[in-house]
Ligand binder design. Structure first.
Ligand code: SF4
Length: 250
């Protein structure tokens, strides 16, 4: 019997899904989740970053109208916004939704647009966590493009996991950099233009740096700070969960 997304215990449901389907190839995970487990109540969250094209290409092959949430913090590189538009056209995605900060909260809490320098956690809360919480309300499950190799905080990442009472699905969790590169090459996917300049994990412009050869991709995010995640995947107690930390956009 297909898992029931209405079940109150999402943790139990995620464990059952992981045990039964966590080993499947990403395309099959996406197809099962979108068409059988969570039809009409699943979205994807994409940063349109360094290797976002892989997950989005797989989704487009199954359902081009699946909602794709793009967290527009108003702090992105212009190159990311251009890349988003070009990739959406390439893949024929028809339901990309920009998720934006609340304008009233933005004016009150970051009137000069410099909160990222003074308090990056508060900035992420304002520009990422709160908008994403609002945007996720209609959905029982979501896809991310996170991989285990991206950071030590993601080394135990499951394909199916619970997040705030929803099922978060990371179809590419066990893929390697070679898998990603092979898929990009085989499918001739458009590349984010900043990757060739050393940006291997791309978020907001003020908080993203290029990385040196041999460094982890995520080391270019909030470089020089203790911060490693945007906060969307931090527990209510403020702890980054080892098995579920971070998101495709974080
Ligand atoms: Fe603000 Fe930086 Fe977080 Fe973006 S990544 S929301 S600019 S602190």
């Amino acid at each position: 019997m297909a898992p029931n997304p209405k079940l109150p215990d999402a943790s139990e449901q995620a464990r059952a899904l992981e045990s039964r389907y966590g080993w499947l190839e990403p395309e099959l995970v996406i197809e099962l989740a979108a068409e059988r487990f969570f039809p009409d109540e699943i979205a994807a969250v994409s940063s349109f970053g360094a290797d976002s094209a892989v997950l989005l290409h797989m989704i487009a092959a199954i359902d081009r109208s699946l909602p794709v949430l793009f967290l527009d913090t108003y702090k992105h590189f212009g190159a990311t916004l251009d890349y988003r538009d070009a990739l959406v056209t390439d893949l024929g995605l028809t339901n990309v939704i920009a998720v934006e900060p609340d304008p009233v909260a933005l004016a009150a809490r970051d009137p000069k647009g410099d909160l990222n320098r003074r308090n990056p956690d508060a900035c992420c809360a304002l520009r990422k966590v709160e908008p994403m919480n609002r945007a996720m309300a209609p959905y029982g499950a979501w896809f991310t493009g996170r991989k285990r190799y991206q950071a030590s905080t993601r080394s135990q990442l499951a394909v199916f996991e619970e997040s705030d009472g929803r099922i978060r699905i990371n179809p590419l969790a066990h893929w390697t950099p070679a898998d990603i590169e092979g898929y990009m090459y085989t499918n001739d996917l458009r590349r984010h233009p900043l990757v060739r300049h050393g940006y291997l994990s791309i978020g907001c412009q003020p908080c993203t740096s290029p990385v040196e050869a041999g460094q982890s991709a995520r080391s270019g995010r909030w470089a020089g700070q203790d911060k490693t995640e945007c906060g969307i995947h931090i527990t209510p107690a403020g702890v980054v969960r080892a098995a579920s930390a971070g998101m495709g956009t974080g």
